[in-house]
Design a protein. Structure first.
Length: 199
């Protein structure tokens, strides 16, 4: 009985944490909306999606959590592409575009960390709103059918890469690529609150 109550409490906690977010099994929202990449090209999520899926990372330039995870971004992009999963990072921080989150800032940030992947401007945070994203970073992984199969954090230790015990995203990428079920499909996104425009 105690185990059942504990499981129920855990389920209610997860429901609270993920309230308002895109549900697992959902299709890619606004998949054809065009966004400006730091290269100057206009791209959509459908343009980026590959045979085995799509990985969308809501990120930015000014959040300490994002900076802590930066050195893992390139390897995750490489792992995604190797497994035929498109990889894109999207900046939704509309309210502070003039304080380090504009397109030119994004270009400088990508250059500083030698990024080798798409980094696009979610101009009015329409994409982040449609996804229900709340943090930077905030990860959404879709399978080859365009269905959401993982959402949440990159791993369990932003500050100390060598002490990571659970590589949530990497495990999910490999599961999707090999047609397997993801053991942990939802985790809590840890990061800075997305700076949406004031209404």
């Amino acid at each position: 009985m105690k185990k059942i109550i504990n499981k129920l409490t855990f389920s209610l906690l997860l429901s609270t944490i993920f309230a308002g977010e895109l549900e697992l099994g959902s299709s890619i929202p606004l998949a054809n909306i065009k966004m400006m990449d730091i290269s100057g090209k206009m791209i959509s999520l459908n343009d980026v999606k590959m045979e085995n899926g799509l990985l969308v990372n809501f990120s930015c330039n000014t959040c300490p959590w994002v900076v802590a995870w930066q050195n893992r971004y390139n390897s995750l992009a490489e792992e995604s592409n190797k497994n035929k999963i498109g990889f894109i990072t999207v900046n939704p921080n509309t309210r502070i575009r003039d304080r380090g989150e504009g397109l030119s800032d994004m270009r400088e940030f990508a250059k500083k960390y030698n990024h080798d992947f798409l980094y696009a401007l979610d101009k009015e945070a329409k994409l982040a709103t449609a996804f229900g994203a709340t943090k930077t970073p905030h990860i959404y992984l879709f399978n080859g059918e365009g269905k959401l199969v993982y959402r949440g954090a990159i791993d369990d230790n932003a500050r100390k890469p060598k002490k990571v015990k659970n590589k949530y995203l990497s495990n999910a990428i490999n599961a999707v690529a090999n047609g397997k079920n993801i053991n942990l499909a939802e985790t809590k996104a840890l990061g800075c609150a997305i700076k949406f425009a004031k209404k």
